[in-house]
Design a binder for this molecule. Structure first.
Ligand SMILES: *[C@@H]1O[C@H](CO)[C@@H](O)[C@H](O)[C@H]1NC(C)=O
Length: 393
């Protein structure tokens, strides 16, 4: 497996989280505030000033480089990305007023609406998926108080002051769900305050410390936040190499449910801390869980046809990683070879490639190893751990 094991990485992450926790404890108020949390300013500082103009220019440059290269064959040039309609982005926006609250906007990658600001984004199943996302969560709005509430394990939530906005399906297994449910997921705690009038959901945020209650682990598929100016600059410098690699990669949507399930499971099998530049094709069974996940997900027949292909081409040290079933690529990323990178974040980039039907460029930030910078369906996104969310720079 990789040079940098995931165990080493999780040790580093635990250390980082312990540091973050100590900081938060010191900042906590010494007595309970009178019904009002005091963390509004701290949360406002975590909102990224995403420069839409610069982002659009960088994405246009990248798309131009992707589509104009001579390396690209005509057949690949004709293919347009097919973005999933079953798995959608949900944009979490922070209120401009205190006490703070969030709203969740369906099928949006940014959500600066009526003074609310984009805080972070998660993707989740929009339809029930019996193996990967079987449990509904209902989002209701209350116009009287300009807030949303998440009602877990409910498929409707109109009533009292609430009007149902939408339902999504939480990833992973809940309560008494049978062994047929499992699959990939990230989680974040949902917190509430003032008798459900306000809610908060932010990765690595410990609501208890700020007097929020009823923490509930919401499972979803992947998450990211918007990129800062500094992060955009780092991405931009490397994008021409990624375009040259991704020119020759054609991501196609899985043709049926079984292939979709196995492609997700194969993404979960990716576990290298760095990719060597030597071409290598590895069977999915390299990961001990892939076979059992595939059996659970009714795609065991695809296991012998499932491979992770690395470094098929090499452009000045940049190489593709391709998730392949039956000789078709269903997800791909481009990466700088021989560079330490946290496998968990590459997996999320691969999930987003599978969802959006396009290869993702994965760029390492030399100043912050706890995140990667990428492009998700035209948005410049940062995928990462506690440092990415607690101390964005
Ligand atoms: C975005 O970046 C451009 C180009 O650097 C700059 O002119 C503009 O003021 C920035 N916009 C915001 C809202 O910061």
């Amino acid at each position: 497996m990789g040079n940098l094991s995931d165990m080493k990485v999780s040790a580093i992450l635990s250390a980082l989280m312990a540091t973050a926790l100590i900081t938060v404890v010191h900042a906590a108020p010494s007595k309970p505030p009178s019904g009002i949390d005091d963390d509004g300013d701290a949360l406002q500082r975590l909102v990224i000033n995403y420069n839409h103009t610069t982002a659009a220019a960088i994405v246009a440059e990248y798309n131009n480089a992707l589509h104009n290269s001579n390396l690209r064959s005509n057949s690949i040039k004709a293919a347009a990305p097919v973005v999933s309609k079953d798995i959608l982005p949900y944009c979490v926006a922070l209120s401009p007023i205190k006490p703070v609250r969030i709203k969740i906007y369906k099928n949006q990658q940014t959500c600066d609406v009526n003074g609310f600001r984009t805080l972070w984004v998660f993707t989740a199943h929009n339809k029930k998926d019996k193996h990967h996302a079987a449990t509904p969560a209902c989002i209701g709005s209350a116009s009287s108080q300009d807030s949303h509430q998440l009602f877990p394990e409910r498929s409707e939530c109109t009533g009292s002051i609430w009007k149902q906005e939408f339902v999504f399906y939480m990833s992973g297994k809940y309560g008494a769900e049978n062994p047929a449910v499992g699959g990939v997921r990230e989680t974040t705690e949902r917190w509430i305050a003032d008798n459900e009038k306000r809610m908060l959901m932010y990765p690595y945020y410990d609501g208890k410390i700020h007097w929020w209650t009823d923490g509930y682990q919401v499972g979803y598929r992947s998450r990211w936040r918007l990129a800062s100016d500094r992060e955009m600059t780092i991405l931009r410098a490397e994008l021409p190499k990624h375009a040259a690699v991704n020119n020759g990669v054609s991501v196609v949507p899985p043709p049926n449910a079984a292939t979709q399930w196995c492609a997700q499971d194969l993404v979960a099998a990716y576990n290298w801390g760095a990719i060597v530049s030597t071409p290598n094709t590895v069977p999915g069974t390299v990961h001990p869980y892939f076979q059992s996940d595939a059996t659970r997900d009714e795609c065991a027949h695809l296991v012998p046809k499932s491979f992770i292909r690395m470094a098929r081409v090499n452009v000045d040290g940049f190489i593709p990683v391709e998730i392949m079933i039956d000789n078709k690529v269903h997800a791909a990323v481009s990466i700088k070879a021989d560079t330490p990178i946290i496998a968990a974040y590459v997996r999320i980039a691969l999930q987003e490639s599978l969802r959006t039907g396009a290869p993702l460029p994965v760029v390492v930030d030399p100043a912050q190893s706890d995140l990667i910078i990428t492009v998700v369906a035209g948005t410049i996104a940062v995928i990462g751990g506690s440092a990415a969310y607690q101390h964005p720079i």
